[in-house]
Design a protein around this ligand. Structure first.
Ligand code: F6P
Length: 513
């Protein structure tokens, strides 16, 4: 018997493939149907983002098919489970409660998350007021989810004004830490050790070296300059951090979903508490939309419909994202972990092999730079690559308005050109100058790329990732795929393992054999 899931996929796959031009010609209201805004705040804090998916191949019939798929996959129930703190991360037996830090979740969890954030606020304010002496620099040490969100947010939000100069260090390569040391004065530097588990080898090794650097450079009590951001507070205390400077977060907040918890400490310290709170408010607005909008009107779910269409029906193995804004330059890096660590899986929640491609490879860069590097392939290469554009109506700079105008017109022109195609030759016949067109893109246009918009965009992608996982029937909240390589590295360190001939030769060549 064919399941409802198979039936929905059959409907989706048998849908005729009209061109984007044909889709626009067939429906005068296409832009109205396939774009929508999420808004937040009042008066001075008001803002919003327009999510325009009209340049994708979604149409009414495909949306019907995907809504049937979402229903067959139990999307509404899964969403309710996520947002009420049910045990949805089944392989690890826990809930995924990142939205509780933004006010949506089980009452007890929301209360706990708020109390933990208050503790963080008090410490941030005390540090700003000089409780730990004069602090001008923060070296934030973490990796993966304990670094990518903070790096993005600090870079986006402290360009005009940094209350504390923040350096995010993740790599075990000592070059990264040395670079931070060179930029900081040990006498006025605080170190944040950010690790959900407080056991990650890169972070703990870097943290020990940072403490030694403080001690070697005249700081009497290096331990007094350390703040721990972790879901394993006992471990942090055992490691030597004073309890008053341990900022815990809930075990049910996943690493790549943890920017909203104490892992966001460098954002609050560097950009100020109000900015951190605005980021939470932007995310909360998206949570409210995601919780209540149904079917195609749910913007993260609609984006997931397009993602599934391109990856499963059109065979697209990658999706590119370009921020037309310097401030959001680290957004593609952040998204890579969120999407690829969450949905780069090969079995379903039931442990069965998945029957199609899972996460696309996420990649991207900054516009307009990327136009002069990778867009050639997007326009004329043989791969079909859906593109996401992120842009801001308000400029981030105070120079001649020509800068921002050219930035935005280039962004919009790229989407238009990918869709329209054509031939640049005078006679319209030169194959080398021909553009096939019919290439999809989506545009996220914020009123301003401020703290609230950053929070909203990240939350939008968290929910888009979750929606994709539900449509695929997989668990986005575990990450066992990173464990095997870690174990092998530990085995090499311990000198215990037997390796293949190639690895042995490499170890010997490096003097490690
Ligand atoms: O490499 C996998 C991972 O567990 C990520 O999911 C996580 O964000 C990162 O390592 C860092 O982990 P932790 O915060 O525990 O140091």
């Amino acid at each position: 018997m064919t399941s409802k899931i198979d039936q929905a996929w059959t409907t989706i796959q048998s849908h005729g493939q009209k061109t984007l031009e044909e889709l626009f010609a067939a429906d005068a209201n296409r832009v109205g149907k396939l774009s929508g805004r999420i808004e937040w705040g009042e008066e001075l804090t008001a803002g919003g983002i327009l999510f325009d998916w009209s340049k994708t191949h979604l149409d009414d019939a495909l949306l019907d098919g995907f809504e049937a798929l979402a229903e067959a996959r139990g999307f509404a129930d899964k969403r309710a489970e996520l947002l009420s703190g049910a045990v949805i991360n089944v392989t690890e037996g826990r809930a995924a409660e990142h939205t509780a830090t933004r006010g949506t979740g089980a009452d007890a969890s929301v209360e706990e998350a708020q109390a933990l954030l208050l503790r963080m606020k008090l410490l941030v304010e005390a540090i700003h007021q000089g409780a730990l002496g004069e602090i001008k620099h923060l070296i934030h040490i973490g990796i993966g989810g304990s670094a990518l969100g903070p790096a993005l947010a600090v870079d986006a939000l402290t360009r005009d004004l940094a209350l504390v100069d923040v350096h995010v260090v993740s790599n075990i390569d000592g070059v990264a830490l040395e670079q931070a040391f060179a930029a900081c004065d040990p006498a006025t530097t605080l170190v944040a050790v950010a690790s959900k588990t407080f056991t990650t080898i890169e972070t703990m090794t870097n943290a020990a070296s940072a403490l030694k650097w403080l001690g070697d450079n005249g700081v009497d009590d290096p331990g007094g300059r350390v703040v721990a951001l972790t879901a394993n507070p006992d471990k942090a205390v055992e490691w030597g951090v004073d309890e008053t400077r341990v900022l815990p977060f809930m075990e049910t907040v996943g690493g790549r979903y943890s920017l909203w918890s104490s892992i966001g400490f460098p954002v609050a310290l560097g950009a100020g508490w109000d900015e951190f709170e605005a980021m939470l408010a932007g995310a909360a607005a998206v949570d409210a939309h995601f919780a209540s909008a149904e079917g195609r009107a749910n913007l993260p779910l609609r984006a997931a419909f397009a993602d599934q269409y391109y990856s499963r029906v059109r065979g697209c193995q990658t999706r590119a994202v370009f921020a037309y804004d310097e401030r959001f330059g680290l957004f593609p890096d952040y998204l890579q972990q969120l999407e690829m660590e969450s949905n780069g899986k090969r079995v379903t929640v039931e442990g069965e092999p998945v029957d199609g491609p899972t996460a696309a490879v996420t990649w991207g860069g900054v516009g307009t730079d990327a136009q002069h590097a990778v867009f050639q392939l997007l326009h004329q290469g043989t791969h079909l690559i859906p593109v996401d554009f992120i842009a801001s109506i308000a400029p981030g700079d105070e120079l001649d308005p020509a800068h921002h105008r050219i930035l935005l017109t280039n962004c919009f022109a790229q989407g238009a050109a990918l869709m329209a195609g054509g031939n640049m030759a005078a006679d319209g016949k030169d194959p080398a100058r021909a553009f096939p067109g019919n290439r999809p893109s989506a545009t996220m246009l914020a009123d301003d790329l401020d703290a609230a918009a950053l929070g909203a965009l990240i939350a939008f992608h968290e929910h888009r990732t979750f929606a994709n996982a539900v449509l695929l029937g997989i668990n986005p909240f575990d990450q066992f795929g990173v464990e095997l390589g870690k174990k092998m590295a530990t085995d090499i360190e311990g000198g215990e393992a037997e390796f293949d001939a190639s690895t042995k030769a490499l170890l010997e060549a490096a003097g490690l054999g």
